[in-house]
Design a protein around this ligand. Structure first.
Ligand code: SF4
Length: 360
């Protein structure tokens, strides 16, 4: 089982915290980018895709005809997938773009909200407010797409607990099936990084996170992955491919993939991508690296790591490979081990980074 990720590197405007591979949208560049994507898709032999994920950047900032052009290129993969997600921002999601998404088989929408507080939206330089987002969600449902995920951020500059509670409340009352929560990180090359904005106090950040976990549980969201919450088992199937450490293709400027023990990173430079193609750098992963990455991804999930799956993947018993680390963290109450699985406890989930150090 594999996933296909397509990276759309354009945005209408650049958020203050962002250092993803993205640039301001222009029609001419996006036309050339589409040609380059077509060439890359032809060059990579893509097969067996269970999921398609069109991320970015902001895919919804493409013009209607460019969006349709992209979906035409991906048509055969979308038709064979069980889940096709597109990332959108409410301010560029028109009804005609939504209709095209529906027509080409997109069945899941992931929308960036980040905050519903007008003062915080100004600070992070995002346009879509609560009204625009709730209106977009209604319009998505009207088009017949009912799997909708929303992104929220915590630890924003001067964000208060009262504001965070209000955001969670509003999000949980929207007609969505999935929520992703991200702590703000100050990236060196973002506007925040250049302005030396200070990161949130770690204790306050932990309080935001724990408040969200408790609140969303009361609202019927299952905390199935460290940063992700789903209603009625509407898990992000594409992301489950990453968390289960399956292979995936990455297409587009700034995309990465992993196939048959080789990770590849396409160029992040749009000019290079348009003139020379993906120009991917490839790295062969050692078994040791792969086993560690599989642990790092698998322990993010509530279900944990299925020992049998680990064995089938690596022909090694996970307990034998990591006996010292597992024994230590089971004793400390951070991990729980059974005959079938290895998973983090609630306490362990809060300190996963520290636990992983012992698996290195
Ligand atoms: S956060 Fe998303 S929408 Fe904002 S600039 Fe980055 S990629 Fe674009």
């Amino acid at each position: 089982m594999r996933g296909l990720y397509v990276h759309v590197p354009f945005c209408d405007h650049i958020c203050a915290y962002c250092d993803f591979t993205r640039c301001g949208y222009t029609k001419g560049l996006a036309d050339k980018w589409l040609d380059a994507v077509e060439a890359e898709l032809k060059q990579r032999q893509i097969s067996d895709c269970e999921t398609v994920y069109i991320g970015g950047g902001t895919p919804s900032c493409l013009s209607l005809s460019q969006l349709e052009g992209l979906l035409k290129l991906l048509k055969s993969y979308i038709e064979n997938s069980t889940e096709t997600t597109i990332e959108v921002n409410a301010d560029s999601l028109s009804d005609d773009k939504l209709a095209v998404c529906k027509e080409y088989g997109i069945n899941r929408i992931s929308m960036g909200a980040q905050s519903f507080q007008s003062d915080l939206l100004k600070v992070i330089e995002r346009k879509a407010d609560y009204e625009m987002i709730s209106d977009a969600i209604e319009r998505i449902h009207r088009q017949g797409i009912h799997d909708i995920s929303l992104d929220l951020m915590y630890g924003l500059p001067n964000q208060t607990m009262a504001q965070w509670k209000e955001d969670l409340n509003k999000a949980a009352d929207l007609a969505i099936t999935h929520l992703s929560l991200y702590a703000l990180t100050i990236e060196e090359h973002s506007r925040f990084g250049r302005a030396h904005v200070q990161p949130c106090d770690p204790d306050l950040e932990a309080d935001f996170y724990e408040e969200a976990i408790m609140f969303l549980k009361r609202k019927g969201f299952e905390h199935y992955e460290i940063s992700n919450f789903a209603k009625n088992a509407h898990y992000a199937r594409h992301n489950l491919i990453y968390w289960h450490y399956e292979d995936f293709y990455g297409i587009g400027c700034g995309a990465s993939g992993k196939l048959n023990h080789i990770r590849y990173d396409n160029t992040r430079n749009l000019h290079t991508y348009l003139t020379e193609g993906a120009n991917a750098k490839e790295f062969r992963l050692t078994k040791q690296e792969e086993m560690f990455e599989a642990v790092m991804m698998g322990l993010r999930l509530k279900e944990g790591i299925a020992k049998q799956r680990f064995y089938e993947h690596f022909h090694e018993d996970i307990h034998t490979v990591y006996e010292t680390a597992i024994t230590k963290h089971v004793r400390l109450g951070n991990l729980k081990e059974s005959a079938q699985s290895l998973k983090t406890t609630y306490q362990g989930m809060l300190i996963l980074h520290d636990i992983l150090v012992d698996f290195l």
